[in-house]
Design a protein around this ligand. Structure first.
Ligand SMILES: [Zn+2]
Length: 273
């Protein structure tokens, strides 16, 4: 067997093609742990959202042993420099190094922030495909974790909503919020009443709403923030809660399943924010 070749995640696919004798590569990347399942007595099967390869599945052999070969416990939402081996034509690689660069210490002390981080991790897992990189979404995800870590609980909802809108954009399901999703009339304050239809994928004006049985009425401020998310930090608490409920409904519609962690977010935003 030829010795493994160490590659950056971004180079991997070209190297596999160009070096025909490489049957195993060691790949360096940055990743966020978005899912963890115990495997046997001592190991974990992990899903990482990585900078260069998108979502990947890795086995961490011995990670649950007292004398783990890894430098730190591998927990959901940890951000780390990774090294993993991957054989050609195999989907699941083997984690060989895990060096955390961000531990979520502040997040783990705050109930809403912690659950928002778990929710974001589940959304990343449900919304992305394996080996389909989105470096900007990776950067946005790390930014969300940093914001949740550093800010008080009353800032969680604005940052979470901004992340959800980014995620929907990168997943190609961005809701239409600058025009009526049906008649294409431009959004403005003269609409008088504002609706959102899950099936039409966006805001719907008063003239069009009777045709959409799934429409939900939206207060002007909630519609305005969807139209211009930069205004989110001036929003009333009620508008933020309405937008978050709407986005959970919309993502459930797009994903065709309700994220498992959504219910806890819905409970916490009523009592914590
Ligand atoms: Zn319309």
């Amino acid at each position: 067997m030829p010795p493994p070749v160490i590659l950056n995640g971004a180079q991997r696919s070209e190297e596999f093609v160009s070096i025909d004798r490489v049957i195993m590569a060691l790949i360096k990347d940055k990743g966020i742990c978005i899912r963890s399942t115990d495997y046997s007595e001592s190991s974990q099967i992990l899903t990482f959202f990585t900078l260069s390869s998108g979502k990947i599945s890795l086995i961490a052999k011995g990670s649950r042993r007292t004398k783990s070969p890894f430098s730190a416990p591998i927990e959901i939402c940890s951000v780390a420099d990774l090294v993993y081996s991957l054989r050609e034509n195999e989907k699941m690689g083997t984690l060989t190094e895990f060096n955390p660069t961000f531990f979520c210490i502040g997040i783990r002390k705050k109930l809403l922030a912690l659950n928002a981080a778990f929710f974001a991790a589940e959304l990343l897992n449900l919304s992305t495909k394996e080996h389909d990189p989105h470096p900007e979404l990776f950067e946005q995800s790390v930014l969300l974790l940093q914001r949740l870590d550093e800010n008080p609980e009353n800032k969680v909802l604005p940052f979470l909503i901004l992340f959800e809108l980014s995620l929907l954009m990168y997943a190609g399901s961005q809701p239409l919020t600058d025009i009526c999703a049906n008649c294409k009339r431009k959004f403005d304050a003269n609409w008088k009443q504002y609706y959102f239809s899950l099936s039409s994928g966006g805001l719907v004006c008063r003239d069009c709403e009777p045709a959409f049985i799934d429409k939900k009425i939206l207060p002007y401020e909630a519609a305005l923030i969807l139209n211009n998310p930069q205004k989110i930090f001036d929003a009333q608490k009620n508008s933020l809660i309405q937008i978050e409920k709407l986005l959970i409904d919309y993502m459930t519609y797009v994903l065709e399943k309700k994220p498992r962690t959504a219910q806890m977010i819905l409970q916490l935003i009523r009592t914590t924010v």
